[in-house]
Design a protein around this ligand. Structure first.
Ligand SMILES: [Zn+2]
Length: 166
């Protein structure tokens, strides 16, 4: 297993590790994986934490470590969260956004700037005729909305903007 193949292998494993608060969206599709490096059979993964308010980082770290250490050629996996890079909802991949919609969660707007009006499209029918029901939602990072077109309640992920754009 050479380095490049090894890293591709690890990334495909990370594709199977979900954020416990966002079922079926992998940590890779959330844009949380900053870097994967190998030292022989030891894997080092640097991750960028998502919403500061989501207390799931310990679970994510554990799940990532477990999944990677299950790979046959891996001896150890170290997961490290970096706070030098700031995550934003723009880091979520298109695949991640599709997965969110399948679960009735409207993905965050792209290239959102603080102060912009935030229009949310219904994940079921695409209508933007929606109203905010409960800004607090089940977790700090989501809000409950109601679609006036198809009359379904749904959740929306709040936009998070990186303040230190690189
Ligand atoms: Zn709708």
């Amino acid at each position: 297993m050479n380095g490049e193949q090894g890293i591709a292998n690890i990334r495909s494993v990370l594709q199977t590790v979900d954020d416990p608060e966002l079922p079926s969206v992998s940590v890779l599709d959330l844009g949380m994986v900053h870097d994967v490096t190998l030292q022989g059979r030891n894997v080092m993964i640097t991750m960028v934490p998502t919403f500061a308010g989501c207390p799931a980082l310990d679970f994510i770290e554990l799940n990532v470590k477990k999944a990677v250490e299950d790979v046959e050629w891996v001896d150890t996996c170290d997961v490290h969260f970096t706070f030098e890079h700031q995550w934003s909802t723009d880091a979520i991949t298109d695949r991640g956004k599709e997965q969110l919609k399948k679960h009735g969660i409207s993905p965050p707007p792209e290239n959102y700037q603080p102060g912009d009006e935030w229009t949310v499209n219904c994940p079921f029918c695409g209508s933007d005729y929606t109203s905010m029901e409960n800004v607090f939602g089940p977790t700090a990072c989501r809000s409950i909305l109601y679609c006036s077109a198809c009359r379904n309640p749904f959740e929306a992920m709040k936009p998070v903007v990186s303040l230190t754009k690189s």
